[in-house]
Write a protein that binds this ligand. Structure first.
Ligand SMILES: Nc1nc2c(ncn2[C@@H]2O[C@H](COP(=O)(O)OP(=O)(O)OP(=O)(O)O)[C@@H](O)[C@H]2O)c(=O)[nH]1
Ligand SMILES: [Mg+2]
Length: 673
């Protein structure tokens, strides 16, 4: 039926026709999982030729189960063979309900236990037990009674304790309808899976479909998608491939929406089939950042009696990804079955994870499940063991799991900088939706647990205090530095930031910037207007020049007056007053001051002229040109200027549109200068 023309001909599946829960099988090899899925659904989930030839499941299989109420439930069928535990873990990701299969004639076997442990580590909460092959000769009532006892023991204390237990035969069909009804009841008890948050789907399978391109399948763990939505694929190599949803399918039929808990197939554009593999993650853009260092709570579990030592090499299964890495225990050196530890996973490749995600660890050699746990946070760096501060931080992260406001607060604390953290960055660090983080921040700010800095982000109150103190200290230093600069250069109107920075070596740059902002706002520092870079000055300083500068000023004016439009260039003028000035920069400062005060006009190119002489020259040019156009040589004579000065004056007048060039001649322009 599934995949058949008849099934597809039923047309699009409406969202309310799909149960947002996926059921996964579990159990030892050959115990009848795939046969039972076929008895329930009519679908052979062993789709690979090799699987059919060998009569054994290798990779994940998928089948839709139509429940008595007409709704469709997704089933993921997993392999029982111990060599394919990796595929089993990938299949168990995203499921909400487990069908544990135990063959009546074989009883509890190693992968019955191992799968149970993996499911427990992954945080599964609900299951059913199917005792298969009850039609087999030799399956007598006393054998079944013994198996029941064995199962009671195995399942006591696990999430299977008290779970429905049904005896079935996939050969005769005995018990299959009752099992279907029990599954429907369990689904009803679970309720729909929440679909809040950003979209995230670990990829289970990649294939290309003719005419459609690349299709990625999996069970979304959060969020929802519609055709046309933009998503990214985070790959094992750390790439982030942008793409868009062309179409969506569930169980081989088109749907107009997929959501958390639907076994989904995403048809994506512009992504090669070979570019994506199982373990990659499809996600809302800009929400998640892959990482290779993760802080975790670790629980040792599994068949092994061997301890798990710190710095062991492990395989980490998270989502559908499997990545090698090292586990560093932080509060102890080793743990054995039943024990727990705080740890850091140092992976050999990046994965996408979010606090609260479950994972399974397998030992590198011998390959066996040794434990698993919960992700607490992404780490910024390698953590050292037995650091009380680190352990305290991790315990607080653990307590904050599932409470977004606490997660946000801890992330702000962990940012360990006294600069505000932008909301977008916080959301990405946490892998949470921006809206949700904004909501949490608003509540935290209202309670005074964070401080908002308009337009920049948020700080913890402690960081805000440190920040205020640092800015206050920087402010005093800025004022002192400006005081000193003004004393050294009384004729200068202000000082560019570069001068201030030089005077404030050792003070953090961003504190200087913040201090200048505050001082300007409080009208204690002024920004001096003028061309070039901004210059800063102390507000309300007397504008009068001190005696030495006044003397220099008089000397300069006298020099300029002597030969108004024939004066030597600036450097020579400065040199000529050096005796009065004492230092070269004093003459330069005073000249700048005269220019700023408007008493001297800077013609550029080092040419200076007294304002009065400049204005006389301009008047002479205007009068001459009012009669007729004239050459530079004519105008030079009219102005009584050197050729250099005459050209400089005329170029300035051209810019002001008082004059205009026409070939070799100047004519009067429109400007009033
Ligand atoms: N008599 C009888 N045989 C069964 C029943 N269920 C399964 N079998 C047989 O048991 C063998 C294994 O069945 P599968 O369904 O492939 O077992 P599985 O659990 O899927 O195996 P793996 O996927 O490899 O772990 C097959 O030969 C089936 O025909 C049953 O209820 N009665
Ligand atoms: Mg199978």
């Amino acid at each position: 039926m599934y995949g058949s023309a008849e099934w597809r001909a039923r047309g699009p599946l409406r969202p309310d026709e799909i149960v947002s829960v996926v059921l996964g099988t579990a159990g030892h090899i050959d115990h009848g999982k795939t046969s039972l899925v076929r008895a329930l659904t009519g679908v052979d989930a062993d789709r690979l030729k090799e699987e059919q030839d060998r009569g054994m499941t290798i990779d994940l299989g998928f089948a839709p189960l139509v429940l008595p109420d007409g709704r469709t439930l997704g089933i993921v069928d997993v392999p029982g063979h111990e060599r394919f535990v990796k595929n089993m873990v990938a299949g168990a990701t995203g499921i909400d309900l487990v069908l544990l299969v135990v063959a009546a004639d074989d009883g509890v076997m190693p992968q019955t236990r191992e799968h149970l442990e993996i499911l427990t580590l992954l945080g599964l909460r609900r299951g059913l037990v199917a005792i298969t092959k009850v039609d087999r000769p030799g399956v007598a009532p006393d054998l079944l009674a013994a198996l029941d006892l064995e199962l009671d023991q195995l399942l006591a204390g696990t999430f299977f304790e008290g779970a429905p237990r049904l005896r079935v035969s996939s050969v005769t069909g005995e018990g299959v309808d009752a099992l279907r009804a029990a599954i429907a009841a369990a689904v009803a008890g679970l309720g729909p899976r929440p679909q809040a948050g950003p979209f995230r789907m670990p990829v289970q399978r990649v294939f290309s479909s003719r005419g459609f391109g690349t299709v990625l399948t999996g069970i979304p763990v959060s969020g929802a998608l519609e055709p046309g939505d933009e998503v990214v694929v985070h790959t094992a190599a750390g790439a982030v491939l942008p793409t868009r949803i062309r179409g969506l399918q569930a169980y081989g039929r088109p749907v107009d929406r997929v959501r958390a808990g639907h076994s989904s197939a995403l048809n994506v554009v512009d992504v090669e089939r070979g570019a994506v593999e199982r373990g990659d993650v499809v996600a809302s853009p800009g929400v998640f950042r892959a990482g290779d260092l993760w802080e975790v709570r670790l629980n040792a579990l599994g068949p092994s009696r061997l301890p798990l030592r710190t710095r062991s090499t492990v395989r980490v299964h998270l989502g559908t990804a499997e990545v090698m890495g090292e586990v560093v225990l932080l509060d102890t050196d080793e743990i054995t079955r039943g024990q727990t530890a705080l740890a850091q996973l140092r992976l050999h490749g990046p994965i996408v994870a979010v606090a609260g995600d479950r994972f399974v660890l397998r030992r590198h050699s011998p390959v066996e499940v040794v434990g698993g746990g919960v992700v607490l946070a992404r780490s910024r760096w390698r953590l050292k063991a037995r650091r009380p501060g680190v352990l305290e931080q991790l315990r607080r992260r653990e307590a904050a799991l599932g409470r977004l406001d606490d997660e946000v607060l801890l992330e702000l604390e962990a940012s360990q900088q006294d600069d505000p953290v932008a909301t977008a960055d916080l959301a990405v660090s946490l892998g949470r939706a921006r809206n949700d983080v904004e909501g949490a921040l608003a509540l935290l700010a209202a309670d005074g647990r964070v401080v908002a800095v308009a337009g920049r982000g948020h700080l913890t109150p402690a960081a805000a205090k440190r920040r205020d103190d640092a800015v206050a200290a920087a402010s005093s230093q800025v004022l002192a530095a400006l005081e000193a600069l003004h004393a050294a250069h009384p004729a200068r109107a202000g000082f560019p930031l570069a001068d201030l920075r030089r005077a404030l070596e050792g003070v953090v740059e961003r504190d200087v910037a913040a201090a200048l902002d505050v001082l300007a706002r409080d009208a204690r520092v002024a920004l001096v207007p003028g061309a070039g870079p901004s210059r800063y000055a102390l507000e309300g300083r007397p504008t009068e020049l001190p005696p030495r500068e006044r003397a220099v000023c008089a000397a300069l004016l006298a020099l300029l007056r002597e030969q108004p439009l024939h004066a030597p260039p600036r450097e020579q003028i400065e040199a000529q007053v050096l005796q009065v000035a004492g230092e070269r920069h004093v003459a330069a400062d005073v000249l700048d001051w005269l220019v700023a005060a408007g008493e001297v006009v800077d013609l550029g190119d080092g040419l200076l002229v007294l304002r009065a002489a400049y204005e006389q020259a301009v008047a002479a040019v205007r009068a001459r040109l009012a009669r007729a156009p004239a050459t530079v040589s004519d105008l030079k004579v009219e102005m009584g200027a050197s050729r250099r000065h005459a050209i400089a004056v005329l170029e300035r007048l051209d810019r002001l549109e008082v004059t205009r060039r026409e070939g070799d001649l100047r004519v009067l322009g429109q400007g009033t200068g």
